[in-house]
Design a protein. Sequence first.
Length: 199
Amino acid sequence: MRVLGIYGSPREGGNSDLLLDAALEAAQAEGAEVERLYVRELGDLQGCTECGACDDTGECIIEDDMVEVYPRLERAEAIVLATPIFFYSLPAQAKALVDRAQALWNRRRLSKPRERWRDYDSGRGYLIAVGATRGKSLFVGLEFTAKYFFDALDMSYQGGLRVREVEAKGAVRGRPELLEEARALGRAVAQGRGFSREY
C-alpha cells in the first residue's frame, strides 16, 4: 500500500502536521510505504487559470511545481490530506493544489466511461481537519472539497479525523486521545478501511 500524506498547512509543526505525522507513522508500522508532500515547500505553485487546455488532453500546461506533484498523486493508493480550517475551507496554498487536480479530473473523464464515474479504481482518500471554533457546520465545506478532490483522482472518500476547538500551535500534544485517533486512522488507511471520528 502506497500512502501519500499531504501536509496542507502553511504553518510547520502545527496541529494538522502533528496528527498527520501520527497517522503516517501508524500506517508505516502496518507495512504501508509512506511518502510525504509538504504544500508549503512548493515554492512555485500557481492556481488553476481555467484556461481549458486540459479539457481535451487531461494535461495541465502550467509549468510549475505541480509537474512533480501529479505523478505523486497518481502513484498513491491512499492519500491523507491534512489541513487546518481557514474560513471553513482550505488554506490558499492547499486549495491551489486541489484546484489543479482539474487536469486529473479531465484525464479521468476522457478515459473512463460516464457510467463508471462512481467506480473508484485508484484508491482511497482520507481527511484530517483541525479547526479553532466549535461550529456545527465547521467541516461541511471542507469535506465537500476533499470528497471531490479525491473524486478527481479516481479515489473514494473514506472519511477521516475532524477536530474542533484546537488552535494554539502544538496543542494536540496535550490531547493524547487525538493522537491515538490519528494513529487509528493510519492503521485504517494501511488496512484499506473507512474511518470517521469527530471531536
